[in-house]
Structure formats: C-alpha cells, structure tokens
Design a protein around this ligand. Structure first.
Ligand code: PLP
Length: 425
C-alpha cells in the first residue's frame, strides 16, 4: 500500500480558533494519490511475518506506526476521524464510537469502577440522566449525585474525596441552554483529584472545553458535527493515556464493549468536518437573529446570545471568537398544549421546520423537551433542571434565506394569535 501523509509535525500553537487546529491536522491521501483518503473497510489485517502478530498483541507495534490488528480495536479510517476530532477539541487523542451514548457510557465505565461515584449536573440530556440515575447504579454499582453546577460550593460539597472519580456536565445544557463555567468547575474538580468530562454536543467550534480545563470532551457526532441527520455517531476526546486505556485488549471499555464505528461512516463524517465551522457560524447567526426578533415580539426566549441570559457574559468570555452563541434556542410557551399548537402551525401551516427530536440539521428541528427527549425525567427532576412543560427547543437550520424563514415564523405567530393564544408575556 502506498500512502502519502503530510502535516505529521507537532501540533501548532493554539491561536483561539479550532478551524486553524483542524487545518493543521494530518491529511491522509488516497492510495492512488486521491485528495480524499481511501476507505479502509477491512475487519482484519494481514502481516508479512508471524513475529509481527506477536509484537502487535504485545503492544510493541501499534496504529501510530501503521500496524493494525482488527477493526474493533483500531481502524485506519476511524483513526483518521479520531485525529480530526482531537484537533477540533484540542486534545492529545480521540476515538470515535457508534453513538454519543456509547462514547459517554464507555468513558464513564473506564474512569469509574464498582463503588465509584460521579457528581453530575442536574441539567443533562435525558439519556445521560437515565444512564446515571438508573443503569449505572443497577448494573455497575456506580452512583451519581446531581447538583446545580451554577453553585460551585454545592459541587465542591458533593465531591467525596477518594470515591468521586468524575465531574460530568454539558458545556451548554440540553434543553435548558445553561452555560457551564468550565474553568471554575475544572479547578474545583482538579483540586480534589476528580476528572472533568464535558459533553460538548451543543457547542462544537463555539466552545473548546479541553482548552478551558476539562480532561475529556465527549460528543454526539449525530448532531452538528454530522449535520445531515442521517447517522448516529460519537467521540471521546482526551489524553492519549485514556484513549489507549479504552482500547486495552484486557481492560478497555471500547475494545471490550465494542461500540465500534463503521469505517464507511467514519469516512463520510471526515468529509463533513472541514465545513463544520461554516455551518456553525450560520446556525449561530440565524439563532441569534430569531431569538432577538422573537424576544422583541414579547415571547419568552431562552438564548445564551441574548444579553438577558444569565450566563451571556460567561459564554462570551469562554467562547472561541466569531462562531456565535450556539445554534439552539428555546421558546417557553408555558403549557404543553400551547407548545404543541405552536409547533404544529410552524410545521404544517408555515413550513418553517420539522417536529422532530435531535439537532444540528440544516432544517430547523423543534420539539417539546418535557414530553420528548427529557421525558425520562420525573416532574420533580424536570422542575429541578428548569424544564417547563411548554418549553419548545429549536435547533435553528440554515436553509432558505433568513428573511424567508422569518416571514414563515411571523405567519405562524399570527395564526397562533387568531386562536386567541397570547404571544406576549
Ligand atoms: C443526542 C445527545 C446525546 C446522545 O447521542 P446519540 O448520538 O444519540 O447516542 C448525548 N448528549 C447530548 C447533549 C445529546 O444531545
């Protein structure tokens, strides 16, 4: 096999823009000189000498020197996407998984043993919340204390020295859009020897949690990074020791639980990462425009880009410049009935977007979080996390022109008005 590889030098200095770091990541060329790398679809890999097999299993020869054993372990195409994810998040290493949930569960199982303890934010994606509340205690004797991460002393008090292994939170929370103070929380955790794992699904390019002190960044690639709403995928970005330990033949959560990414999926995703920055800028610009205009009409809007958002200045101080404040906004319609009517009109009268869960698609996706992605939570847990029954979460798309989409949104609001539903506070 002939492979031409460039840009293998040391990582460049961080200049505050993940796009620059991505451009300096090693570029793999195809076997025939193609500007795209070839897809390595093989499940298994041959060796020229029997001795090589022994040395690979002994860990003497590995993927860093282009020696591969089996694709549940390392695969060249998946590893290439991992290198891009590491460059994006500014971590030493990264590896990709079959879903966001498998990235999250594998990293927690790698960092915690039976009897271990996690401190986590009350405001989390419903699936993660269920994993921590129900699955990990039952199956693994790993328990979690949930705290409001806006209260740093509560976080400090929840950490049990020697027992707590992980502080877990989302950079921008799903669906409430609260922003975590990553440097401060990382400082508190590190003082007590606790690892910080941050889910950055809502804010790729916008925030770089590892640059702000986090140890590990996890992603549901399914969302913005893919951008096509056509694949389920995830990644764990972190120090090389962690990624390598997850691949260990005897003790590795990724190796042994096997949530492997298909190399054909990895190839497709690696073709989308170069335009992630352009897409994020447009998602964010549209979300800011809609949030500003909806608020002016008197609706209750939650968007971290608005001055009145409680963490607006915090986000501004942490964010990478010129990407914006995220592609999601929430409108609180107060009751589920009003939320449903609003979404129904938006989709079926105004053609504004789709009623669907998920996010990061080029079309606008909207869902009533309390009765969908956060329905795993009890009413009390939802209240604690600040999820109102009428909360409509919108992942703002970028198809069409801004004016065209705004006039659709205005039309939906006027229909809502005809139903006698007040749109003002
Ligand atoms: C969707 C999502 C996940 C789960 O990712 P999958 O790819 O669906 O497994 C985890 N965290 C957040 C914040 C999400 O939005």
């Amino acid at each position: 096999m002939i492979s031409r590889k460039t840009n293998t030098g040391a990582a460049p200095q961080w200049n505050g823009d993940p796009a620059a770091a991505l451009a300096s990541a090693r570029h793999e060329f195809g076997e025939h000189g193609g500007v795209n790398m070839s897809i390595e679809a093989s499940a298994t890999f041959t060796v020229m000498e029997p001795e090589t097999m022994r040395r690979m299993f002994a860990g003497e020869l590995g993927p860093d020197r282009d020696f591969f054993i089996y694709s549940r372990h390392f695969n060249p195409t998946v590893l290439n996407l991992g290198r891009l994810m590491a460059a994006l998040e500014g971590t030493e290493a990264a590896y990709c998984t079959a879903s966001g949930m498998s990235a999250i569960s594998s990293v927690l199982l790698q960092l915690c043993s039976s009897g271990g303890h996690i401190v986590a934010s009350t405001a989390l994606y419903g699936g993660t919340h269920a994993l921590l509340t129900h699955f990990l205690p039952r199956a693994c004797n790993i328990t979690t204390t949930f705290v409001n991460i806006g209260d740093v002393s509560a976080v400090k008090n929840a950490i049990v020295e020697g027992k707590t292994k992980v502080l877990y939170f989302e950079s921008i929370s799903n669906p409430t859009l609260t922003v975590a103070n990553i440097p401060e929380l990382s400082g508190v955790a590190h003082e007590k020897g606790v690892k910080v794992v941050v889910d950055n699904t809502f804010a790729p390019m916008v925030l770089s949690p590892a640059r702000l002190g986090a140890d590990v960044v996890v992603h549901s690639i399914t969302k913005f990074i893919s951008g096509g709403a056509d694949m389920i995928a995830g990644a764990v970005c972190g120090p090389a020791w962690l990624v390598n330990s997850m691949m260990d033949l005897h003790q590795g959560a990724l190796m042994l639980l096997g949530p492997t990414m298909n190399p054909k999926v990895a190839f497709e995703l690696s073709e989308r990462i170069p335009h992630l920055g352009l897409r994020m800028k447009e998602h964010c610009a549209r979300a800011l425009a809609f949030a500003t205009r909806l608020k002016k009409l008197g609706l209750r809007v939650i968007y971290p880009g608005l001055e009145d958002h409680p963490q607006h200045h915090l986000l501004k101080s942490m964010a990478n410049k010129e990407y914006g404040y995220g592609g999601l906004l929430c409108v609180d319609m107060e009751t589920e009935e009003r939320a449903n009517r609003f979404m129904n009109i938006l989709q079926n009268h105004a053609q504004f977007g789709f009623m669907a869960v998920s996010l990061g698609y080029y079309e606008t996706l909207m869902s009533c979080s309390g009765s969908s992605t956060s329905s795993e939570m009890s009413p009390e847990e939802k209240a604690l996390a600040g999820i109102s029954p009428g909360l409509v979460r919108m992942s703002v798309g970028y198809v069409g022109t801004l004016d065209q989409k705004w006039s659709q949104l205005e039309k939906a609001l006027s229909v809502l008005h005809e139903y006698g539903l007040p749109i003002k506070n």
